[in-house]
Write a protein that binds this ligand. Structure first.
Ligand code: HEM
Length: 75
């Protein structure tokens, strides 16, 4: 079964600081539509380790985000 935003991706973003902080920059990481719209930029930041700004995601978590993108970003 394809990964879904609600089940597999949303839980990767912390309410604080991730969702809370990025809302101030006009990106709602709790919104599937917003994450879809900015998926490439988000993936780039996750891969280069610059976001989240406190600690980089484990490789498996980044791979899961990429898989969700490749599978068509189901809600
Ligand atoms: C998984 C969590 C996060 C993701 C995926 C993420 C993603 C991004 C992306 C894609 C941008 C670029 C926006 C653009 O190009 O328009 C950005 C900017 C920014 N984020 Fe995050 N972010 C996350 C968490 C955080 C946290 C926890 C902080 C602060 C503690 C933070 C602070 C910032 C700041 C200050 C900017 C604007 C300055 C810059 O471009 O470096 N973000 N973020």
């Amino acid at each position: 079964m394809a990964l879904s935003f609600a089940q597999d991706i949303r839980p990767l973003f912390r309410d604080t600081p991730d969702v809370h902080t990025m809302k101030e920059f006009g990106m709602d990481l709790s919104s599937c539509d917003d994450v879809k719209k900015h998926a490439e930029a988000i993936y780039e930041r996750l891969e280069d380790g610059s976001m989240p700004c406190d600690e980089a995601w484990p490789k498996a978590q980044i791979a899961r985000f990429k898989q969700w993108m490749d599978e068509g970003m189901a809600p």
